[in-house]
Design a protein around this ligand. Structure first.
Ligand code: AVI
Length: 319
């Protein structure tokens, strides 16, 4: 094991033991995304019930002109920084539009995965040979600070996919305030929020008929078994999603189907029958909450772009 791998292993083990010793028990959703979890998430994104990806893609494909006008603002050169760029399948629509309009901008994708940045870099190079791309591999905030220190232009930060919803409200406020502290007056952020809507529609998105989301949730226990020498019996835990239409908190849990004990690298964790582990929050917002969040964290609302169903919004905030 290299030094970095050892550090990652120790952090994972500490977080898991701490979360499972808390009351209520919890696990951080960032741990969903090992190789199998990432593949399952790609399956989720194309499920008929999981409307979020299609809604935001609708904005990037069909409201590109509006998006382009907002981020290009008065025509001053800018650096477009994308947090968690992945393969850029949504943002590429915006890049294409800006490139075709001869907009003066550079692109700075940030991602934890070097492999995905290689793939993205290759496709950008062939489609937009004159676009200046500077890639940053690592954690969002660390890399954003690095990107900002290398930028002399106005900055526009993209944070798509309703990833902001995977933060608890306090964590989310802290995240937005930290974003604000790294930016300067005139800079913008464009954040994808999933909106409050028919509660059945929301709940179905996290409770698909084919059971992929259940596998995605249970894979967290499988990962702990694999990487931390644990002995979770996956047949004794069940995926349980819930949605509170008033607070907008959509939560995923794993329910223990009997009283049981699990060993994790020499530690024993007890579960009562029906005790739950909270594995994820996918917070839904209304427009007033989005505006308030902007104002509480040092931004003002510059614009909002909805998908055609008005289920999702990309909000543009400026300092
Ligand atoms: C990545 N994130 C925005 C997804 C969501 O909707 O919260 C993760 C997810 N979990 C279950 N389905 C999708």
């Amino acid at each position: 094991m290299s030094g970095v791998q050892r550090e990652t292993f120790v952090r994972f083990k500490e977080d898991v033991l701490k979360g499972l010793s808390s009351s209520p028990k919890n696990l951080h959703p960032k741990y969903f995304y090992d190789e199998k979890g990432s593949a399952l998430f790609r399956e989720i994104m194309v499920l008929p019930e999981y409307y979020l990806t299609g809604c935001e893609l609708d904005i990037f494909k069909n409201k590109t002109d509006e998006l382009g006008k907002m981020v290009a603002m008065d025509g001053t050169p800018f650096d477009l920084i994308e947090l968690g760029a992945g393969d850029g399948f949504k943002s590429t629509h915006l890049l294409r539009h800006l490139y075709q309009e001869n907009t003066n901008f550079n692109y700075m994708p940030i991602d934890i995965s070097g492999t995905i940045l290689d793939i993205l870099g290759g496709s950008l190079q062939s489609e937009f040979p004159d676009l200046e791309v500077q890639r940053f591999e690592g954690e969002y905030m660390e890399m954003l600070a690095e990107a900002c220190s290398r930028s002399n232009n106005r900055k526009v930060v993209l944070f798509l996919g309703a990833n902001i919803g995977n933060m608890e409200p306090d964590e989310c406020k802290g995240f937005c305030a930290q974003l604000q502290s790294l930016l300067s007056p005139g800079d913008m952020v464009l954040i994808g929020f999933d909106l409050k809507k028919d509660p059945k529609q929301v709940l179905n998105a996290y409770n698909d008929a084919s059971g992929v989301t259940s596998k995605f949730n249970l894979n967290l226990l499988e990962r702990i078994n694999r990487e931390l020498m644990a002995d979770f019996d996956l047949d004794q835990f069940e995926h349980y999603p819930s949605y509170d239409p008033i607070s907008g908190a959509c939560k995923s849990f794993l329910v223990s189907l009997r009283k049981q004990e699990v060993r994790i690298d020499g530690h024993t964790i007890g579960f009562d029958k029906n005790e739950v582990i909270c594995t994820e929050i996918s917070q839904k917002y209304d427009l007033t909450e989005i505006q308030n969040l902007a104002e509480q964290t040092g931004f003002h609302l510059y614009g909002m772009i909805h998908d055609s169903k008005k289920w999702f919004v990309d909000a543009v905030w400026q300092i």
